[in-house]
Every structure is written in structure tokens, then in C-alpha cells.
Write a protein that binds this ligand. Structure first.
Ligand code: SF4
Length: 123
């Protein structure tokens, strides 16, 4: 009985040690990936910041930048007759601002832009 308990204890200890190794390795890899990802986002922000207010994403959160990227937003539409300016989700520019916005994500949007969620304005 004593031997059985000892080997069970040994087995459980081995499992915990192995599990800890895998968990530690996974956490390490995950943290490394997150750092690289946030570095890329910062670079995207820096690239986007310019004199053009419609291209300035410096006040926009990383999550919102990811949203606009995941929707394939581009500042110049490649689809004839489809652009943010004639999309039902477009928020027109305010009188004191040059750029509009979009209901789907925060930040400035060009009226000439486009994304995969384009939807025709219905009258
Ligand atoms: S949904 Fe897409 S196409 Fe429509 S306004 Fe927003 S970014 Fe532009």
C-alpha cells in the first residue's frame, strides 16, 4: 500500500511538473507574440500619422485600428461607384472637419475610401 501511494504521488508530481513546463512555454510564446503584435500596431500608427487629418490614427486605439484593418478599409476605393461617400454606414464630415467616419469603427474615414462592408444607400 505504501509503495502504491508513493508511486501515485510520484506520478502526480511528474504530471504537475510536465504541465507546468508546457504552460510556462505556452505563456512565454504567447507573450512574445503579443509584444510583436503590439510593436506592429505602433508602427502602423506611426506610419498613419501625418499632416493629413484623415490619415491621423494617433488617438485611435489598437483595437479600432485592428477593426478597420480586418474590414479591409482603404483610403481610395478600387471599386467603381462604390466608396464610403455613398455607403449607408458612412458618417459625413462635420462642417469643421475634413474627414468623415464610419459606424463600424472609430477614426477618420475618407469619403473616397472603401471596405468589404460597403452597403448601398437606399432611398
Ligand atoms: S462600411 Fe466600409 S465602405 Fe461603408 S463607410 Fe464604413 S468603411 Fe466606408
Amino acid at each position: 500500500m505504501g509503495d502504491k501511494d508513493y508511486s501515485r504521488r510520484k506520478f502526480i508530481n511528474k504530471c504537475f511538473k510536465t504541465g507546468s513546463l508546457f504552460l510556462g512555454g505556452a505563456l512565454l510564446l504567447n507573450c512574445r507574440g503579443a509584444n510583436e503584435s503590439s510593436r506592429n500596431e505602433v508602427e502602423t500608427k506611426k506610419e498613419s500619422t501625418s499632416e493629413d487629418p484623415c490619415n491621423d490614427l494617433s488617438d485611435i486605439s489598437d483595437g479600432e485600428i485592428k477593426k478597420r484593418q480586418s474590414l479591409g478599409y482603404v483610403k481610395q476605393s478600387a471599386v467603381p461607384d462604390n466608396s464610403c461617400g455613398n455607403c449607408t454606414l458612412f458618417i459625413p464630415a462635420k462642417p469643421d472637419n475634413k474627414c468623415g467616419g464610419c459606424i463600424l469603427f472609430k477614426g477618420p474615414v475618407y469619403a473616397e475610401g472603401h471596405c468589404v462592408q460597403w452597403a448601398a444607400v437606399t432611398t
